[in-house]
Design a protein around this ligand. Structure first.
Ligand SMILES: Cc1cc2nc3c(=O)[nH]c(=O)nc-3n(C[C@H](O)[C@H](O)[C@H](O)COP(=O)(O)O)c2cc1C
Length: 164
């Protein structure tokens, strides 16, 4: 089954997880950019508020055609226990009808499970079916450790089997 990994990443940790995952399960990857400036202390606060309120944001690309893919991974950082606004926005713009979906979240230390729960509600409302999910903790971890964690997850969860 053709597989794609869709993700947003502010400080490249989710990007590293997504790229490691895409390599591990032989998937294409599409990164979404948030066109709102999310860097700096003030923007960090605004980002948390936007996430808590589930405010939409402008993203690039603003839509993607995923009709070729049967299995779709969607990855997000955890912001205030919620998915990042770019991921809420991308879910709203994808036709997930009939797709198998595997969700993943990175987090500093807590809130990843509530992110998965909220993303699950969103993708199911759009006709997708969550077949699995996982959370990666990134706080105090080197890039190499994050990569190893994702590689272990691919093995432990038999993620390659979902794409057959
Ligand atoms: C605005 C904002 C809010 C965050 N809120 C949380 C949180 O509620 N819980 C948590 O464990 N980490 C939180 N984090 C940390 C990120 O989820 C974590 O560092 C993530 O791996 C970053 O991914 P990225 O590098 O792809 O942006 C937050 C980070 C930002 C920027």
């Amino acid at each position: 089954m053709k597989t794609v990994v869709l993700y947003y990443s502010r400080t490249r940790k989710t990007a590293l997880a997504a790229k490691t995952l895409a390599k591990g399960v032989e998937a294409d990857e599409i990164e979404f950019i948030d066109l709102k400036d999310r860097m700096g202390a003030l923007n960090y606060m605004i980002a948390t508020i936007d996430a808590l309120r589930e405010n939409k944001t402008e993203i690039k690309p603003d839509s993607v055609d995923i009709s070729d893919y049967g299995l779709v991974y969607i990855g997000t950082p955890t912001w205030g226990g919620k998915p990042a606004p770019a991921v809420i926005s991308l879910i709203d713009r994808c036709d997930l009808q009939g797709k198998d979906v595997i969700l993943f979240a990175t987090m500093g230390s807590k809130g990843g499970e509530s992110v998965i729960k909220r993303m699950r509600e969103k993708i199911e409302a759009r006709g997708g079916r969550m077949v699995n999910s996982f959370v990666i903790t990134t706080s105090n971890k080197s890039s190499e450790e994050i990569k190893e964690d994702v590689e272990s997850m691919v093995e432990a969860m038999d993620l390659k089997l979902y794409g057959i």
